[in-house]
Design a protein around this ligand. Sequence first.
Ligand SMILES: NC(=O)CC[C@H](N)C(=O)O
Length: 348
Amino acid sequence: MNDAYIAVEGDRIIEARARSQGTTRGELVFTTAYTGYEESLTDPSYEEQLLTFSYPLIGNYGVRKERFESDRVHPRGVLAREMTEDVAQWLQSQDVPAVDHLDTRDIVTEIRDEGAMKAGIAAGPDATEADALAELDECSHMSSHTDIGAQVSVDEPTIHNPDGDGTRVALLDCGAKGSIIDSLVARDATVHSLPYDASVSDVESTEPDVLFVSNGPGDPENFEQAGEVVSALVGDVPLAGICLGQQVVANALGGRTEKMEFGHRGVNQPVRDLRSDQVIMTTQNHGYTVADPGDKLNVTQVNVNDETPEGLDNDSLNIITRQYHPEANPGPNDSLSFFDDVVAMAEK
Ligand SMILES: NC(=O)CC[C@H](N)C(=O)O
């Protein structure tokens, strides 16, 4: 039975089955990850997006809090070919509409051809096509969510591993995945998670050995304050960044980011290290990319598929960033050593 409607740009309607009721809207994107739905659904970088899973069965090993990357579901809506009752109930409990029994392969192909697009969903016994179209009508582009950081950052500074006697990390939390903090704490770092709009003096007061800019949702150009902190401290404090963090660092140091057609989201994105010529498999979730790194940053790693920058550094300024997610979760652990490199840089 079809009791859900998805309206996509061009006012096309796709019918589906409601698994979690409600109306919603967002940027329609897809991930090719074949595992890790709990981690993806709790990744703050998906805020304001509708997430389509290309893998056809979502929920086949249950739902466990231990695997969450944050304390709530972040995509505004979820699309799958087939979703288990566990996942459907979890999403309903979080008021995140979800649909299945639709041709997700068709949606993925369309996004690949047309690029990420705006969409609206209406799901449930009373849902109508008009409701889905009304949601689509209200949907705005990712870049117009100018204060998206406020939706995902910590409200107050928070200390992780206060008694550690390793590296002191000031983490600008632009929507950080829990595994980034865990990966640093596993190396005995003390992590001061700071709000995304922390001031230069807020950062300095933590006496950091390294300033770390986290992943996060939306357009990196909307994280202006984080950029100002980076510009003020570059050269004085070593700098690291993951995903949105790489983009913010590049923009702050004279580079430029741009929106990609449909982005990279999955757990098998190949990345070549230009110095060692080694290729590693990486976890990714981004829709923007560094189009120009500026003249302060070297491109050290590139995506094998499209040559976009995956790693940037500057040895004398002590900067190292990654576009992909070295903390994995979900995905391969090929790049966990990034955290060793960050700690080594901070201790230099
Ligand atoms: N995972 C992230 O940090 C995503 C970064 C940014 N929001 C993008 O889509 O490119």
